[in-house]
Design a protein around this ligand. Sequence first.
Ligand SMILES: Nc1ncnc2c1ncn2[C@@H]1O[C@H](COP(=O)(O)OP(=O)(O)OP(=O)(O)O)[C@@H](O)[C@H]1O
Length: 243
Amino acid sequence: MTDIAVRVDHVSKSFRMYHERNQTIKAAIMRGRTSVHEDFWALDDVTFDVPTGSTFGLIGSNGSGKSTLLKCLANIYYPNKGNISHFGSIAAMLEVGSGFHSELSGRDNIFLNGSILGMSKKEITRKYDEIVDFSGVEAFIDQPVKNYSSGMYVRLGFAVAINVDPDILVVDEVLAVGDADFQAKCMQKFRDFKKAGKTVILVTHDMGTVTNMCDNVAWLNHGKLVKVGEAEPTIAAYMDSLA
Ligand SMILES: Nc1ncnc2c1ncn2[C@@H]1O[C@H](COP(=O)(O)OP(=O)(O)OP(=O)(O)O)[C@@H](O)[C@H]1O
């Protein structure tokens, strides 16, 4: 095992921003195939390492690039520049409902999501009861997930992700959606992960959670890395910047 779980190396990610919207069909035809756009850099030359076995927080204001970075980590987006390497398997729990099919039942989605995350059917069958038990949505497991509340979605998604038993767990704001009981269960899982020498990377706006859970923190602002290092001074610097 290496000392580094994830290496983010000069990563930049841009999105194309279109400035003109066609108000009428005539305007669209007149303009032809040209479009007016500029590249918006959601991540701009970000570099840091995530130590193996650490709980690592990503903090920053709305739109600072935290979720974009997690999506790059989870191979949902590819950086335009730079590289991300990870040492060990990754399971990501990103937006509410990502990896789920709304028309399928909770049960079917466990199998769908589990296989997307790399589990075999046999493995999912073996862990099925544990997943349902952790999710707490047993009574609704045969209902289509489109009828689930956002908290129920997150519970089920998180239950699948942790049962993949990855070396690196990547989590975006799940704690904000779950209720107090679920939050406590998640915190315990993060601690179990840490004890097992695994790495957790999480995004949250809850500075209490970051302070309690994280060893190291990276602070992003407008796509740039402002500071990375031990949790306490990094959180303090971020809080000072808001004052
Ligand atoms: N698919 C996309 N297309 C265009 N712009 C995008 C896309 N995804 C993100 N962005 C832009 O990139 C920037 C960073 O967004 P991101 O979701 O990574 O921020 P964040 O730090 O996670 O914010 P929040 O705390 O609000 O969740 C924002 O300005 C956002 O509008």
